[in-house]
Design a protein around this ligand. Structure first.
Ligand code: SAH
Ligand code: SF4
Length: 365
């Protein structure tokens, strides 16, 4: 069955049932899935891996997601916002080292003071990098005016994970209130498109109460929304969060990683020209997790450029890696490991998703 599915000429129209069959692949079938996806990746996005310097801008958050270590109810971490000067230092480092793209991620906040502060920061980054830097934001759900202001100030991409496209599961992993509303999050993805961002979403993989059918529907959701980028990775429990009570329902970590790799491989088949990130959570489970993802479909990595003194407070989940890493050393080993997968880092390239350019061209005609 899996052989027949993988022998198809066009993977973009795979049914949800077929996607679920691929995600269930084990043993030789799984090896065949990975081999096919690796080959397909070379044909579609090639062996370039795009770099984005990640800045974990602030762990202050208005939301209280049940899975997240920095949720607003948590008192375990010191709350911080990286100063503009420190962000600009990290940006200069990235610019000098030919990164060409940044991701600025943060807890979700809606005050005008916060959103204006981000706008001003974006303007400064754009100025010191002559507008040559691709900037991705990941700051949660915001009003359309805010998305538009940030777009105008220089951000071109936005990452907003749907976390799970299954309404019932979304409800189980979030408090039941207006601030954590499934439809609002879906609508935010549409607003981002209307503001002309390259739009990324993603899910956590291996959540309690999640099954293969739900994950197959997640891939179908990404296809229907017609995303340009995806960042997804294993769910990793954090002991001070409400979701930790379901720890006994979780797959072992290694299996969560394997499932995440299958998700990457299948998404690459279904959406051949989007950018797919090899995420930190994959590397947390297996020091080679990112490289494994790159081999079978991912084409983006996000080395952490957050100033070291803040990192231990951006603790989304247990044993998060990179908390004490030296940037330079991390980058050297990353380069080496990526080359070992037969790929190479595309220094100096912004690395916009080909899917986005194709989508824009289609709109013109
Ligand atoms: N506040 C923003 C962006 C920062 S959080 C937002 O939520 O959109 C970035 C991502 O971290 C989330 O989208 C979520 O998918 C991931 N995350 C949070 N807790 C996690 C956990 N316990 N395991 C794995 N990923 C987690
Ligand atoms: Fe805040 Fe994002 Fe964590 Fe939710 S996942 S609590 S929005 S930082």
């Amino acid at each position: 069955m899996i052989k027949e599915i993988l022998a198809k000429a066009d993977y973009s129209t795979l049914s949800v049932e077929e996607i679920a069959i691929l995600l269930s692949a084990e043993g030789e079938d799984k090896a065949l899935l990975f081999e096919t996806a690796a080959h397909y990746k070379q044909q579609t996005v090639g062996s370039k891996v795009f770099l984005r310097g990640l800045i974990e801008y602030s762990n202050k958050c208005a939301k209280d997601c049940y899975y997240c270590g920095v949720r607003s109810s948590s008192t375990a971490y010191q709350r911080y916002t990286v100063s503009d000067e420190e962000v600009l230092e990290a940006v200069e480092y990235a610019y000098k080292h030919n990164f060409s793209s940044l991701v600025i991620q943060s807890g979700e906040r809606h005050t005008v003071a916060f959103t204006n502060q981000v706008t001003r920061l974006l303007e400064k980054i754009t100025r010191i990098t002559n507008g040559e830097m691709g900037i991705t934001l990941s700051m949660g759900e915001q009003k359309k005016e805010v998305y538009a202001a940030w777009r105008k100030a220089g951000a071109t991409r936005y990452l907003l994970r749907i976390e799970s496209s299954n309404r019932a599961l979304f409800r189980k992993i979030h408090p039941d209130n207006k601030l954590h509303d499934f439809q609002t999050r879906v609508d935010a993805l549409r607003l981002l498109k209307e503001c002309d961002y390259q739009v990324g979403t993603g899910v956590m993989i291996g959540l309690p109460f999640q099954d293969i059918e739900i994950l197959a529907a997640d891939i179908d959701f990404m296809r229907k929304i017609d995303i340009d980028m995806c960042g997804m990775g294993p769910y990793i429990e954090h002991e001070d969060t409400p979701l930790y009570q379901y720890k006994h329902l979780l797959l072992p970590l290694q299996e969560r990683l394997e499932l995440s790799l299958k998700m990457v491989a299948v998404l690459r088949l279904v959406m051949k020209t989007i950018n797919i990130a090899a995420t930190t959570a994959m590397q947390t489970i297996d020091s080679n997790g990112r490289e494994k993802a790159i081999r079978i479909g991912a084409n983006v990595v996000m080395p952490n450029l957050t100033p070291l003194n803040y990192r231990e407070n951006y603790y989304l989940y247990n044993n998060k890696v990179g908390v004490v890493d030296d940037v330079k050393r991390g980058l050297d080993s990353l380069t080496e490991n990526i080359e070992a997968t037969g790929s190479f880092i595309a220094y100096g390239e912004k690395g916009d998703a080909k899917h986005y350019r194709d989508r824009k061209n289609k709109d013109k005609h």
